[in-house]
Unconditional design. Structure first.
Length: 171
């Protein structure tokens, strides 16, 4: 029996390492570093040894760790020693960069230890936080989930209000 697939096709390809397609839209992937290793990586130059992060969450593939991400982890935990990174949580997000004349998605690590329930607005990029309006407090998770169901993406309170106004103007 076949299984219907949805989402980015790259998730379903035989990939050995974590990619931008493995990160949820509008959110961070929070993972715990089990250990840092040097693995063989196949690229356009052939096989190379690269630094990789292996995670305690075994359902996730290892991540190739470039200099930018290594510096971010080092800053988050105030240590350049990879053994100090073991058992530390990192927040991995999807970024867009221009390299070699092309725009492409990549993985980036936030420069601070993550909060486990932190979500980011897909419109403005800010952390979605609790919001109080008309004497009522709306929790960040509820704001994000409500926006996801209404607009198809995680939005902060302000961006959700703007999306609602735009939707009403089009009606």
């Amino acid at each position: 029996m076949s299984e219907k697939l949805t989402g980015d096709f790259r998730k379903f390809m035989d990939k050995s390492f974590l990619g931008s397609w493995d990160v949820p839209d509008g959110g961070d992937l929070i993972l715990t570093i089990d250990h840092v290793a040097r693995d063989d990586v196949q690229n356009e130059k052939g096989r190379e040894k690269k630094m990789t992060l292996h995670f305690k969450e075994r359902e996730f593939k290892p991540m190739i760790c470039n200099t930018t991400n290594a510096k971010a982890i080092s800053k988050a935990y105030n240590s350049t020693k990879v053994e100090d990174w073991e058992n530390k949580k990192i927040a991995i997000y999807k970024a867009t960069i221009s390299a070699f004349g092309q725009t492409q998605e990549c993985l980036r690590v936030r420069e601070y230890p993550p909060k486990s329930d932190e979500l980011f607005c897909e419109c403005c990029g800010e952390v979605i936080s609790d919001h109080t309006a008309d004497g009522k407090t709306y929790k960040a998770k509820a704001i994000a989930n409500n926006a996801l169901s209404k607009f198809g993406k995680y939005l902060c309170y302000e961006c959700a209000q703007q999306a609602k106004a735009e939707q009403e103007a089009q009606a």
